[in-house]
Design a protein around this ligand. Structure first.
Ligand code: GDP
Ligand code: IMO
Ligand code: MG
Length: 429
């Protein structure tokens, strides 16, 4: 076993950072393959909290090579700030590799993200306003600038000039915003270039060689299945492919390189930003989940929306990512509840939907069908073995497992690395 993909099975913030950090010790490389600094991955170690936006969560281990793959979009200013913060915390960043083909988030992408959200008004997507959508738009329309362009001032300037021709017209004529000069942007971005250049690499080649040599590579997803631009709750999605297949295009490896796919899901579910959410809770229980689960965005600080665990969504994640294992996080957050509901299917206009309805109108109006399970009302944060968990908690996991039809390999019972019940993980020999 060498190539393992870890993805979010819900709408993001499932605890991918914590689980990546937990298993990273077994790996030689940890690779981000999509998204940008819209992600916020929290890693807690030794009482110290690290919030990572771009750099893979394996950075804590000195033997790991962290990689930002070609499928990512990079705001160089944010990247350097994150590297500085890590260095200040005593975590060296010199091993970081950045794909020469990753795209750059440009200053006008940030403006356009904000302006387009403002224009949408009540229909806004609720983006992180980090320029992610506009950067991927330019990538697809072949107007983007890439990390490798930072190494050639002449080419960089020419590409900025070509882009500004259109961007300035949109900024000023469509949105009434200030424009940019190519000098302004070139000067700023080339000032970042000197520090970024030593990290630029043909990361696809590096990763493939590592896999050839039987080294272990973990592909760390950002966002989650329902935020996928193809498979998510479009248009309330991000602009990349957080499903497992995204690891192939976003890191430059073939599908046969992937041996195992871990899907991370909370024991309930949250979402940040707009869009449909069948099991959303607005009353006391929802507030309880937000308070106990500390459901505030790592990137934007926004309060997350919270609801009961939705097995239709997780089954869908099993389907579109080919999950081999499920990892349930934040089980401790449910500990005080008398009873716990799980959505097993949806109902709409007299029809029962066991699978995610592909028509958005049905999903928007879907009414969850719940099964109610007894709670355990005991502190489980000290549990380390499955047998340590109260019977009701074990039954809850068993119920989720049966619905997902994949084994639950780990259960997180607290934010710290060691607060985890590991059932199915063979560490590297
Ligand atoms: P990510 O984006 O998927 O990496 O998740 P985030 O870091 O944005 O959000 C998950 C939050 O839950 C972080 O604050 C974690 O420290 C925290 N967390 C992760 N696992 C657990 C758990 O099992 N219990 C509790 N109480 N918190 C957890
Ligand atoms: P991690 O990796 C949760 C959401 C935004 C918005 C939509 C589009 O921490 O799980 P974007 O800025 O990407 O164009 O916003 O996607 N979103 C996330 N929600 N966790 C994330 O990342 C997210 N990244 C983007 O809130 O609804
Ligand atoms: Mg997050």
């Amino acid at each position: 076993m060498a190539g393992i993909v870890l993805v979010g099975a819900q709408w993001g913030d499932e605890g991918k950072g914590k689980i990546t950090d937990l298993i990273a010790d077994d790996f030689d490389y940890v690779v981000r393959f999509q998204g940008g600094n819209n992600a916020g991955h929290t890693v807690i170690h030794g009482g110290h909290t690290l919030k990572l936006h771009l750099i893979p969560s394996g950075i804590m281990y000195p033997h790991i090579t962290p990689v930002i793959g070609n499928g990512c979009v990079i705001d160089p200013k944010v990247l350097l700030e994150e590297m500085d913060r890590l260095e200040a915390d005593g975590l060296p960043t010199h091993r970081l590799l950045i794909s020469c083909n990753a795209h750059l988030i440009m200053p006008y992408h940030l403006d356009l993200d904000g302006a387009s959200e403002h224009r949408l008004g009540s229909l806004e997507i609720g983006t992180t306003r980090r320029g992610i959508g506009p950067a991927y738009m330019d990538k697809a329309s072949r107007m983007g600038l890439r990390i490798q362009d930072l190494t050639d001032e002449h080419i960089f300037r020419k590409k900025v000039e070509a882009a500004l021709h259109e961007k300035n017209a949109i900024l000023s004529k469509v949105y009434g915003l200030a424009t940019y000069t190519e000098d302004q942007i070139t000067e700023e971005y080339l000032s970042y270039a000197e520090r970024i250049k030593p990290h630029i690499s043909d990361t696809s080649l590096v990763i493939n060689k590592a896999l050839d040599a039987d080294q272990w590579v973990l592909f760390e997803g950002a966002q989650g299945t329902l935020l996928d631009v193809d498979h998510g709750t479009y248009p309330f999605v991000t602009s990349s492919s957080p499903v497992a297949g995204g690891a192939c295009t976003g890191a430059g490896v073939g599908p046969r390189r992937i041996d195992r796919v871990l899907g991370i899901a909370k024991a309930y579910i949250t979402r940040v930003g707009s869009g449909p959410f069948p099991t959303e809770l607005s009353g006391e229980v929802g507030e309880h989940l937000i308070r106990v689960g500390q459901e505030y965005g790592t990137t934007t600080g926004r309060e997350r929306r919270a609801g009961w665990y939705d097995s239709v969504i997780v089954r869908y994640a099993v389907q579109v990512s080919g999950l081999t294992d499920l990892i349930i996080t934040k089980l401790d957050v449910l500990s005080e509840l008398d009873t716990i509901k799980v959505c097993v299917a949806y109902e709409y206009e007299g029809h029962r939907y066991n699978n995610l309805p592909c028509h958005q109108t049905v999903f928007h109006h879907a009414r969850p069908i719940y099964e109610e399970l007894p709670g355990w009302q005991a502190d489980i944060t000290g549990c380390r073995d499955f047998g340590d968990l109260p019977k009701e908690a074990r039954d809850y996991i068993g119920f989720i497992e049966d619905l997902a039809e994949v084994p639950v390999a780990m259960i997180a019972v607290g934010p710290a690395r060691e607060q985890t019940v590991v059932r199915r993980w063979e560490s590297r020999p």
